[in-house]
Each structure stands twice: as structure tokens, then as C-alpha cells.
Design a protein around this ligand. Structure first.
Ligand code: PEP
Length: 254
């Protein structure tokens, strides 16, 4: 019932020319297939190029961040409306790198989530524990706080536009992956929280992605878990061969 979503978080990689080439390859590989949602999230400077290249294709375009204000004296920031103007449909919010390096709080992330939804952008809200938090037995508590604070005051009618990405911080860019069982345990907890927040009918429709060193070699097992509805992919999204292999993994299960 939930369509798999494979989203590439390119982080601070790929200039516009490199973006054009990579999106061309992904669009060609995805072709007419609509059984899986495929989304690329390049840096802001490449979003327009990605949108041009992905126009009229089955590949969606997302941003990696945005600010909650509509316009004004916010040097260096980008608004939801600016993204919509470039035909962006998705935005990653609360990535652990934004939280850790740029000091983003749950309160700030929540403002962004609500403004994204008001502007018809689908937020991909990232949650996940650090290794210290996992070792202290706090994983579910940390995830619960980030999820409930990040989704505070989100309207029921917007619930199914939200996507959650569970990304254990210790697995991001490290080559360490959560085992499918470890990931499923947290995903099932997230599903329970979503059902409690929005009711079962909507909660069961919300996609919960796994992120953290997902690659073609480990994707089949992760994606086969009951509550894993796709992946937020960093490193393996930077080459069309590995990104398309992940889409193909999801296709086999779709
Ligand atoms: C990410 O940054 O969202 C991510 C999951 O990165 P990687 O796949 O490289 O671990």
C-alpha cells in the first residue's frame, strides 16, 4: 500500500554540469516506471538544472534544506516558495548534519516542516540517534522526541504528505549499517508513534525511509522489512549505477 521511495541526498556534491549528466542517466534508467518514487536532492545551486532535466520524467526533485520565512533579510537562506518556483516537490529537513553542524533544533525544524507543507512541499523529516545515545539505551526516546517535536501541530490532513527518514547518526557515511532487525525495531516504533499522532488510517500510509550507508549490497534485506518503505541515500546516490540499483531493489518488492 505504501509506494517505495528512494531519495538521493547529494549533500555538498555535484555542480550544475555534473548534475545535468547524473539526472540524465537516472531519468533514462527510470524510464516509464512509476512503481517506485525516485527523488534526487542536489545542492541549491543545481536544483534548477535538476528540475529542467527531470521535467516530464518519473524522477522527482527535492532540496536538502530551506528556511521557514517567506522572504526578507535572511542572508544565505532559501524559502519554500523559491523551491516551488523551481518545481521542487520535496525537502529534506532536520538531517543530522544540519542538527549537529549547524545547530538546528527540533523547534526550528518543526517551523520548517509546517511551512514546507503550507507550500505543498513534502518534507522528509530525519530523525536518529548518535552512538552514545544508542549505547545508553536511549534510541527510542531520542527518536520519539525528534519525531513528536518535529511534527508538532502538523494538521491531520497533511499527515500523508510527510515522509520520515530514520537515520542512525552512527551509520551515516560510515559504512556501518543498522542490521535489518535493528532498523525494523525503530521503524515499527515510529509507525506506532505516527498512528498515535494521526490515527491508524493515516499513520499506516506515511512512508518511513531508512538512511545510513544503504547500498546495493544491503538494500534488499533492509527494504524487505515490514516498516521500511524506502531509503534516504547519501554516498550511493552520487553514481547512477548504485542509485539505480537501489531503485531496482525496491522495484522487485513493489
Ligand atoms: C544521508 O546522509 O542521509 C545518508 C544516509 O548518507 P550515507 O548513505 O552516505 O550514509
Amino acid at each position: 500500500m505504501r509506494k517505495y521511495l528512494i531519495a538521493g541526498n547529494w549533500k555538498m556534491n555535484k555542480n550544475a554540469a555534473e548534475t545535468a549528466a547524473l539526472v540524465d542517466e537516472i531519468v533514462a534508467a527510470v524510464g516509464n516506471d512509476t512503481s517506485v518514487s525516485a527523488v534526487v536532492c542536489p545542492p541549491f545551486t543545481s536544483v534548477a538544472t535538476a528540475s529542467d532535466k527531470a521535467a516530464n520524467s518519473n524522477v522527482g526533485v527535492g532540496a536538502q534544506n530551506m528556511y521557514f520565512e517567506a522572504s526578507g533579510a535572511y542572508t544565505g537562506e532559501i524559502s519554500a516558495e523559491m523551491l516551488r518556483h523551481l518545481h521542487v516537490d520535496w525537502v529534506i529537513l532536520g538531517h543530522s548534519e544540519r542538527r549537529a553542524i549547524f545547530g538546528e533544533s527540533d523547534e526550528l525544524i518543526n517551523k520548517k516542516v509546517k511551512v514546507a507543507l503550507e507550500n505543498s512541499l513534502q518534507p522528509i523529516l530525519c530523525v536518529g540517534e548518535t552512538i552514545e545515545e544508542r549505547e545508553a539505551g536511549d534510541t527510542l526516546k531520542v527518536v520519539e522526541t525528534q519525531l513528536t517535536e518535529g511534527l508538532r501541530d502538523v494538521k491531520d490532513e497533511d499527515a500523508t504528505s510527510v515522509v520520515i527518514a530514520y537515520e542512525p547518526v552512527w551509520a551515516i557515511g560510515t559504512g556501518k549499517t543498522a542490521t535489518p532487525e535493528m532498523a525494523q525495531e525503530v521503524h515499527a516504533y515510529i509507525r506506532k508513534l505516527l498512528n498515535a499522532l494521526f490515527g491508524e488510517e493515516k499513520g499506516e500510509q506515511i512512508r518511513v525511509l531508512y538512511g545510513g550507508s544503504m547500498k546495493p549490497e544491503n538494500a534488499d534485506e533492509l527494504l524487505a522489512q515490514k516498516d521500511i518503505d524506502g531509503g534516504l541515500i547519501g554516498g550511493a546516490s552520487l553514481k547512477s549505477s548504485s542509485f539505480v540499483a537501489l531503485i531496482d531493489s525496491a522495484k522487485k518488492l513493489a
